[in-house]
Design a protein. Structure first.
Lengths: 356, 388
């Protein structure tokens, strides 16, 4: 069970935050197909930031202290807190990079009134090319990881020993699941998800952003600057997606980047539509999708109630069925909910002051 | 006016993406590198990293050409290893050299590969080294079109042409050594993740040898070995969260070491190993520098093979006839082309002397390793669980 929850979170968290990124943009009236591209840029810049910060003596010493502690030779220390700070810093840098990259989309589709779908597609094609190009220049190969062969987990993974619990002691179900072998990024992302959802629904700013996605002319007539709101929506979207890209690279690829995020940006778009452009539904959708993706990848070694039997493997269903499941479930849920599903009314339409 | 501006912006965006894509068939001419290092004295430099990847020859001709397999030149694996051999040969013998990447990256077609070979021949290549079994069709076409140019086909087979040398490796031998080493080290729960989805013969031979090695070691030690074996999620040789979860599941249930046999899937497997505090075995080149989790790597000497073939092609050493025509070169332990890196491995319970003794037996033929991977199945001491 612990394994299942932890792995599901690894799949679901990037999906969740990037889908919310999509919501911010679409609720302000701009279709953001570029989520995949922004994730790629975020992952690239985030990993690059890790590489650069690795050279800072304070972080180096902290990493050495943690690694000797993990090896069982060092003193229990609070050095790991420093590394978590470094992780947060890199997440912020990735978010800034995503926000800047998304300005290309805002400029094309808000100021230039270009077709938003084409603009987004162009960014999706641009991002892997640019990041691979730069990766090749920086490390002379097509995958960029941390310097000196360090793994992302060895620097940033939180282990139970950090809390003064012995390596062989049990922390109880909650401790084992939510404290041991986790990334701080996972919880920060959940917090951020909640915070941004509240902002979108409970603040004046959120209301204004949403109104620009429904009827921008009406919003403008009440003195709201539609251009500003749309810029804000897309920029927040870019920041969240960029951060999501780095979280993906950190938690599932051991802090490496290769100009690819395995289509997670497009999956996030699907989750967003699946969740009907509403944060709570999106969170549930991402968890559901993550759960079934996780089952599909690991059903053969899944021991839910820890009795030594791999139930899903033993009932003899073909593995292809398990791998179909995430998509079949998506189809079923969409079929059942699509009647009440509706996109923001003005999304995809360039704002024109004179239009009624 | 605004419409025109908008159109221009979209065009500019689209144009910008092609900046990153163009020039793939062309040799990437990096002119900023100093050209004086190219004239390295014969036999002076033994470190391929000291030799620049691109050089400018005085007459604009490049005698030795290298056409890459899918993936980038600097992949720390197959392409890079082969090109290192080409560079070392060129530096030692004062030849001009150049590399060519077929267009369209991993979606390259036979036509793209042929175009790259054609560009090489038109640039005055006397020998073209082609890496990867996927180049077979294009190579046959190019060898026909340029009968005066010699071709070296790495990971290939005999094309029956006098100007083509085929080189095949005994991957099963280094796979065997890796499996044997892992069990002798004390691991009894092993894993194997292969690339290419089971259609790549080299990966299949690695895997089958690995099983045999584990079996023989387990028999000697009187233990039973469990092995998870899969081709899932590795078909494109790239990292994926599914691969990471699969391996995390294996590690969670006791698997102690996984043989990562397929390029970039290593990132996902290593990430799972990091989190679980478990081990990995690398492939093709020594990957212990990439991660501390790597206990050893199954090596094959692609660079040396390229060097030897080039020496034969230029008539410096060896007989080209042995490599080409109906013949093809099988390289294994006897030629010193496969093995484990003894200097950098982190094995504690299995000594270098034991390794050398076993290696000697393979060379002498006292230990015979089967390369017919269609016979893959559970053996007396290895309980094979194929995950598909």
């Amino acid at each position: 069970m612990t394994f299942l929850i932890q792995q599901t979170l690894l799949f679901a968290i990037p999906l969740m935050i990037v889908a919310l990124a999509g919501v911010f943009s679409e609720r302000s009236g701009i279709i953001n197909l570029a989520l995949e591209g922004i994730m790629i840029m975020g992952a690239f810049v985030g990993v690059l930031a890790v590489r650069i910060l690795q050279g800072v003596p304070a972080f180096q010493q902290a990493a050495e202290a943690v690694s000797s502690f993990n090896a069982g030779t060092g003193e229990a220390s609070s050095a790991w807190v420093t590394l978590q700070g470094m992780e947060i810093l890199c997440m912020l840098i990735a978010a800034v990079a995503g926000a800047i990259f998304s300005l290309l989309l805002s400029y094309a589709s808000i100021n230039m009134k270009a077709d938003q779908t084409i603009g987004g597609t162009a960014l999706n094609l641009l991002a892997p090319a640019i990041s691979l190009f730069l990766i090749r220049i920086i490390v002379n190969q097509n995958t960029m990881g941390m310097a000196g062969g360090a793994g992302g987990a060895s620097w940033f993974l939180i282990r139970k020993t950090f809390f003064g619990v012995g390596a062989n002691e049990d922390m109880g179900f909650l401790g084992n699941t939510f404290l041991d072998k986790t990334y701080l990024a996972t919880y920060l992302t959940i917090l951020l998800f909640v915070l941004m959802s509240v902002i979108l629904y409970k603040t004046r700013f959120g209301l204004r952003v949403r109104s620009c996605g429904e009827n921008p002319q009406a919003a403008a007539s009440l003195g709201i600057n539609v251009y500003k709101m749309r810029y804000a929506g897309v920029t927040i979207s870019g920041a969240l997606a960029g951060m999501g890209g780095f979280v993906y690279a950190l938690t599932t690829q051991g802090c490496t980047t290769n100009g690819d995020v395995a289509g997670f940006g497009f999956l996030a778009l699907a989750v967003m539509i699946f969740g009907n452009w509403k944060p709570l539904n999106i969170a549930l959708g991402a968890l559901l999708f993550g759960l079934f993706k996780c089952i599909a990848a690991s059903y053969a070694t899944l021991d839910i109630n820890a009795d030594g039997h791999f139930l899903l493997n033993e009932i003899g269903i073909s593995s292809y069925i398990y791998r179909l499941l995430p998509y079949v479930i998506t189809l079923i849920v969409l079929a059942l909910t699509s009647k009440s599903s509706r996109a923001p009314k003005a999304e995809g339409i360039p704002y024109d002051k004179g239009m009624r | 006016m605004k419409k025109i501006l908008a159109l221009m912006l979209v065009l500019a965006l689209v144009a910008a993406l092609f900046v990153g894509c163009t020039g793939e068939t062309k040799p990437s001419g990096n002119e900023s590198k100093p050209a004086d290092t190219q004239s390295a004295e014969p036999g002076k430099s033994n470190n391929p990293d000291d030799i620049p990847d691109t050089m400018t020859s005085a007459d604009g001709k490049y005698e030795v050409a290298f056409v890459t397999d899918v993936g980038q030149l600097k992949d720390k694996s197959f392409n890079q290893g082969t090109y290192d051999g080409v560079k070392l040969f060129a530096a030692a013998n004062n030849k001009s050299y150049k590399y060519y990447q077929p267009a369209n990256g991993s979606d390259a077609t036979d036509e793209d590969r042929f175009e790259a070979m054609k560009a090489a021949c038109d640039n005055g290549a006397k020998v073209v080294v082609c890496a990867g079994f996927m180049q077979g069709t294009a190579l046959a076409q190019a060898a026909e079109a340029y009968p005066d140019v010699k071709f070296v086909f790495i990971d290939g087979w005999s094309l029956g042409k006098d100007n083509v040398a085929g080189i095949v490796f005994h991957e099963e031998q280094c796979g065997y050594l890796a499996g044997y080493a892992a069990v002798k080290e004390g691991y009894t729960k092993l894993g194997f993740c292969g690339g290419g989805g089971g259609t790549n013969d080299a990966c299949c031979r690695y895997g089958y040898g690995y099983v045999q090695g584990a079996n023989d070691a387990a028999k000697e030690m009187g233990v039973k070995v469990e092995m998870n074996y899969t081709w899932l999620y590795g078909a494109s040789f790239s990292a994926s969260p599914e691969m990471q979860t699969l391996c995390a599941g294996w590690y969670e249930n006791g698997t102690e070491v996984i043989f990562s046999c397929g390029g970039s899937i290593f990132e996902s497997i290593n990430s799972a190993a990091d989190a679980a505090g478990k081990k990995v075995i690398g492939v093709d080149v020594d990957q212990s520098l990439v991660s501390k989790n790597v206990i050893t790597s199954a090596l094959k000497g692609i660079g040396e093979a390229a060097q030897q073939a080039l020496e034969a092609a230029f008539g410096i050493k060896g007989d080209w006839g042995e490599w080409s025509g109906a013949n093809c070169k099988n390289l294994g332990a006897a030629e010193g082309s496969v093995g484990l890196p003894v200097d950098t491995w982190s094995l504690k319970n299995w000594s270098v002397d034991d390794y050398n003794a076993l290696f000697e037996k393979i060379v002498k033929g006292e230990v015979v390793i089967d390369a017919d991977f269609s016979k893959l199945a559970s053996t007396d001491n290895v309980d094979l669980k194929i995950v598909e």
